[in-house]
Design a protein around this ligand. Sequence first.
Ligand code: ADP
Length: 558
Amino acid sequence: MSESLGESEQRRNELALLRESEKNRLLLRNASDGIHILDIDGNVIEASDAFCSMLGYSRQEVIGMNVAQWEARFTAAELAVALRKQFERRFRSLFVTRHRRKDGTVFDVEVSGFPLELDGKPVLFNSSRDITERLRAEEALRASEQRLVALNAELERRVAERTAELEAARKEAERLTRIKSDFLANMSHEIRTPMNGVLGLANLLRRTGATPRQLEYLDKIEASGRYLLGIINDILDLSKIDAGKLHLTLQDFRLDELVRDVAAVVGDRALAKGLEFRVDMAYAPQWLHGDSVRLAQALVNFLGNAIKFTEQGGVVLRCRVLEKADTSYLLRFEVTDTGIGLTKDEQARIFEPFEQGDNSARRKYQGSGLGLAITKRIADLMGAQVGVESEAGKGSSFRFTVRLNKGTARFQGHEAPLLESAETLLARHFSGTRVLLAEDDPVSREVAQHLLESAGLRVGVAENGADAVRMVEAEDFALILTDVQMPLMDGLEATAAIRALPGRQALPVLAITASAFDEDRRRCLDAGMNDIIVKPFEPKRLFETVLKWLSKRRDGAS
Ligand code: ADP
C-alpha cells in the first residue's frame, strides 16, 4: 500500500515535472526574444516563435537546423571553435554578428548565450536580438554628430573669416582716418604758413605809419585772417576728435575765471552788435576739476552763435548747479538768446558736422557748420549732454549739462604782468643781442626778422637746419628761433645737433611752428627745444617769449 502510494506520488511528481517542463516549453516558445537552444554541435533543439519568424523559417524547419545555416558572418570552422569555447568556459557570452534569413537577406543581431544542462546534456541557451534599428539609430546619431562637428567647424571658419574681414575693415578705416588726419595736419600747416605771412606783413605795414583808411583795411585783413584760422582750427579739432586723438586735460580751475575769459572773447562782438550780454552765475561753485579749455571752447561756440544769430535783444550765459554730490557737481550751462531761433527740424540736425539751419535768411551769416558738431563731441568726451530748446523767430536756448569733480583751490603763480610791452623791454635790455633765426619760408623769415630787429635785436639768418648748426658752431648766439619743417635738416634734428655742441646745452632754442598738433609740439620739447610759438603768431607773443628766454639766460649766467 505504502509502495503504491509511493509509486503514485512519484508519478504525480513526474507528471508535475512534465507539466512544469511543458509550461517552460510554452513560455520559451512564446518569448518575444529570438531564443534558440543549441546542442553541442550547434543544432537547434528548441526555438521561440520570435526566433523562427526572425529567420523566416517554420518551427519544423528550424528544429534540427545548424547554426552555420543562418550565421552570415563567421565561417563554419570559426563557429565550431566559438561553440567549443563557450561550452568549455561555461560563462555568459555577448557578441554581435549577422544572421541570414530563409530568403537570403542578412541582418544584424546581438547574440547573448550561456551554457546549461538540459536533461543531463550540455546545451547552449542563446537569444538573438535584431539590432538593425538600433544600429541604424546609432548610425544616424553618429551621422548627426558628424554633421554637428562639420557644422561647428564651418561656423568657426565663418567666424574666423568674418573676424578677419572686420579686422581688415578696422585697419582700413584706421588707415583712412590716418590719411585724412595727416592730410588735414598738412593742409593746416600749409595754410598757416602763408597766413603767418599775411598777418605778419599786415602787422609790419601797421608799424610803417599807415593812414586811417589803410589802418581800417589792415583791421579787415587781420579779422579775415583770424576768421580763416578759426575755421582751420575747427576742422582740425573735428578730425582730431574723430581720429581719437583729442584727449581731455584735467586740472583744477576756477569757474568764475573761466566764465570771465569766455565773456572776454565774445563780449566785444555783442557790444558791436548793440546786444545786451549778461552772465548769471548765482550759487555756482568756484573750484572745479576738469578740462577747462574744452569747456570754454564749448561755451564760446554757444555764445558765438547766439550773438551771430541775434539782431535785437540780448544773450545770457547761465550756470546752475543741478545736483551736489560728495565729490562732484552736476552743472548746467545755458546760453539763451533772442535771435532767429530754430525749427524743430533744424534742431534735430544742427549737432551734425556741416549741418546748418536752412532758412534762406541765414545765408547772410558766415559759418562752417562745425561749431556745434565740435561742441557735441567735446560733450561726448566729457560724458556731458548737449541740447537745444528753441522757437523759430523767438530765440534759442542751448544747454551743456556736465558732471565735474570738485576742484582743489590752488595758488596760481601768475607771472607778474608786464608794465611795459615786451617789445619795449627787449629794446631796453637786449638791444644788440645776437639771435639766430632759422626759417625756410622767405615771407615768414622776413616778418620775424623785421619784428626782432624792430625790438633792437641783431638777427642772423639761416634757411635750413644744416646752416643753422654751422652758424651756431661758428658764433655765440644768445638764442635760436627755428622753424620745424625745413629742407636739408629740420628743426628737430638741428636742435639735437646744436645741443650736442660744446657749451650749447643751455642755449635757448624756440620753435616757430605751423603745426597745430599736440604731438608735434611734444616732439619739439622732446628734441630739446625750450618753448614753442605757433604760426601765425601775434608779434606780442613773439616778443614775450623771446624776452622770457633771454632774461632766463641772463639771470642764469649772472
Ligand atoms: P555755424 O554757426 O558755423 O554755421 P554751428 O555748428 O555752430 O555752425 O551751427 C550750426 C547751425 O545751427 C547754424 O548754421 C545755425 O543754423 C544753427 N544755430 C546755431 N546756434 C544758433 C542760435 N543761437 N540761433 C539760431 N540758430 C542757431
